[in-house]
Design a protein around this ligand. Structure first.
Ligand code: AMP
Length: 658
């Protein structure tokens, strides 16, 4: 999408530019029967969103969960009536935005204001087509260019969010409204309430948050563009969250909005250490952010301790605003500096095992998104955490929040997300891996699809693609994520995240997703870790090389430590043999796909990739290492230039050619 990208010199000056004038209509989500109990909890009266008052900051609460039992009681009721709440939510979205150009095309002749919610749901799902982000791009482009007509929503859109683009290969623009910030506050409050039941934290404590805002841009039509997390950190709701929880992030705004992630990381670490006894938990949006910060810490700790000793700030920090803000907080503390230095010296000897509880003795848990493409970083996090609970954060996207983790004690491998039925209208496209039964299905990617169904009709054990209709003007828009319904919480589904739907590795008839690659790399790295005591796999990605015949898969590994060539070759063979996809196995046996290639890249290669994405507008808070490089030549060039060694699989060497 072509945008006018005037880079803001000083993001701090612009960060309060989000539209907060928009006032979503008061809404009634419940039927009369349910209303009495829930009405007090829902935010009907103040016209600020779609949920419990405690979640929207309209009342303060002494409970450190920031709404605590009220919020949970509200969610208990809402989740019991998932199906009917969804019908009401859809009706609200459509009635609010009736007449918007996109909807007019499909609903133009219907008098929907007078329609009963169930009839409206049937009408909507029968006349409005399933769409994808591309269908909304012409409208979003017009909005970006300054067209103020009601195109997607009745309320003017003044802010746009950039999706990370690291999973799809390109960044998407998505409308961001006050409602987006409110639902972020709501899900954080709700998740905090469930967390505090299992892991209570001390009121007045600090949170070490590795959070980063991206740079903002202005479009031709003067709309502010930034990542969704950037807009949220700049919103009133972020302040309300801190006040409700009575826990404040260690870093001031000037660090979060510093615009240079290396300088911000240094300051987050410095302040996290300065307040080390007060830190109640450690967090980042995606766990990659925590790993990245602690890897930096392993190199920077001497300098950080010195800053604590004398109350100074390293010359690495160039931003005057950041310098001023941090120097106003810290003061010389030689006792703390010596204590931390001794701990770090001991930690160095054990490869930083148990770093978190040693340095932050009062931390109760680590909280971050650890599922999906983040799962490979959990091994390293466990190393740093030495048994401290790892709490997996919630499920959402730039388009909409989706589900909350109501079982915080579950390990990341088992975590599920309970759909919050007030956030958007959710539909589910059943997906089948292979032809089963005689569905009237269309084939897309490697999945066979059935007709979309509403939330009330999903079944446990079935995989689905999520489709969203949002308050921000997306109607029946595919999200591209595959989830499995693993059960129900009251009357709303619990989802486990499976993978992005898009295939990442395919040469001919073979079909492998991000999840398939992840499983294969897990097997290879297990062999690697067993065979080389002190080495570790830092990160990985892949590429389907069809430039030579036969095409083959290339997997790139960055490793830390030494490993014998024989071991790496065995890992390569193990990974090749571990792809279970039938198309791949058959193709390998017949050599229509060549042997898998493992490329070992030099240390720091994935940091270069991160820097490349950040330089192109991604925010560290939302960064996810792309697991395939096919559409990104710059990334492929970095990987090629940094390749130190190549190995080829010997799996299938003895297969017959037929
Ligand atoms: P973005 O578009 O940059 O906001 O990224 C959103 C995408 O991140 C989602 O569509 C998912 O693919 C992924 N994601 C978000 N939350 C989770 C989660 N809890 N577990 C796994 N993947 C997630």
């Amino acid at each position: 999408m072509a945008l006018t990208t005037e880079k803001k010199k000083n993001p701090m000056d612009e960060e309060k530019n989000i539209d907060t004038t928009e006032n979503p209509e008061p809404m009634s989500l419940m039927t009369q029967r349910q209303a009495t109990l829930i009405e007090q909890k829902m935010n009907n009266g103040n016209g600020h969103g779609h949920g419990c008052a405690a979640m929207n900051g309209s009342r303060t609460n002494n409970n450190s969960s920031g709404g605590g039992d009220d919020v949970i009681e509200w969610f208990e009721q809402v989740s019991k009536n998932g199906g009917s709440v969804q019908t009401e939510i859809l009706s609200q979205i459509l009635k609010q935005n009736h007449g918007a150009e996109y909807l007019k095309k499909w609903l133009g002749y219907h008098n929907i204001q007078e329609m009963d919610s169930s009839a409206l749901e049937s009408l909507f799902t029968s006349v409005v087509p399933i769409s994808s982000h591309e269908d909304f791009e012409p409208f979003i482009q017009r909005i970006a260019d300054g067209d103020t007509n009601p195109l997607l929503t009745q309320q003017p859109i003044t802010t746009l969010s950039l999706s990370s683009g690291t999973t799809e290969g390109r960044q998407k623009l998505v409308p961001f409204t006050r409602h987006s910030a409110q639902t972020t506050l709501q899900i954080f409050t709700l998740a905090a309430a469930y967390r505090s039941r299992v892991y209570p934290i001390k009121e007045g404590g600090k949170i070490l948050e590795f959070i980063y805002s991206s740079n903002k841009f202005k479009t031709k039509g003067d709309l502010t563009v930034g990542t969704a997390t950037t807009h949220y950190y700049a919103s009133e709701e972020f302040k309300i969250k801190q006040q409700q929880a009575k826990s404040f992030t260690c870093s001031p705004d000037e660090v979060i909005f510093g615009g240079d992630y290396k300088q911000s990381t240094y300051c987050h670490l410095l302040l996290g250490l300065f307040f080390s006894d007060q830190v109640e938990f450690i967090t980042s949006a995606f766990v990659y952010g925590i790993i990245q910060a602690f890897r930096s810490f392993q190199e920077l700790w001497c300098e950080i301790c010195e800053d604590i000793r004398v109350g100074s700030l390293s010359s690495r920090i160039k931003s005057p605003k950041m310098r001023k803000a941090v120097l106003e907080i810290i003061s010389p503390n030689p006792i703390l500096a010596s204590k931390l230095e001794n701990i770090c010296k001991e930690l160095e000897l054990v490869d930083w095992f148990g770093l978190i509880p040693k340095i932050w003795p009062n931390a109760k848990y680590v909280y971050s998104i650890m599922t999906g493409s983040m799962l490979p970083y959990v091994t390293k996090l466990r190393h740093y955490a030495n048994g401290l609970p790892l709490v997996s954060a919630d499920y959402g996207s730039t388009e909409s929040w989706i589900g909350v983790n109501v079982d915080p004690s579950l390990p990341p491998e088992e975590v599920t997300f309970t759909v919050v039925p007030t956030f958007s209208y959710f539909e589910f496209i059943p997906l089948y891996r292979h032809m089963q039964g005689d569905y009237k299905s269309i084939v897309a990617d490697d999945f066979i699809e059935d007709k979309p169904i509403p939330l009330s009709q999903v079944k446990a054990g079935q995989e689905y693609e999520i489709v969203l209709t949002t308050f921000t003007g997306l109607y029946r828009c595919r999200l591209g994520d595959v989830v499995e319904v693993v059960g129900f919480y009251n009357g709303t589904p619990k989802l486990s995240f499976v993978c992005r739907k898009k295939l990442i590795l395919t040469v001919n008839i073979d079909k492998n997703t991000e999840k398939d690659l992840q499983l294969v790399v897990e097997k290879g790295s297990q062999l690697f870790l067993n065979g080389s005591k002190k080495a570790e796999l830092v990160d990985f990605t892949s590429y389907a090389d069809v430039s030579i015949e036969p095409g083959h898969y290339v997997i790139y590994w960055e490793i830390d430590g030494y490993a014998e060539d024989g071991l790496l070759e065995a890992c390569c063979t193990e990974m090749d043999a571990s792809f279970a996809d039938h198309g791949y196995v058959v193709s390998r046996k017949t050599n229509s796909i060549g042997p898998l290639e493992l490329c070992i890249v030099e240390r720091g290669t994935f940091k270069k990739i991160l820097d490349y994405f950040i330089a192109n507008g991604a925010a560290l808070s939302q960064f996810k290492t792309p697991r395939c490089t096919s559409s990104n030549h710059v990334m492929l060039n970095i990987l090629s230039a940094c390749t130190l060694k190549k190995f080829h699989s010997t799996a299938y060497n003895n297969s017959s050619t037929h």
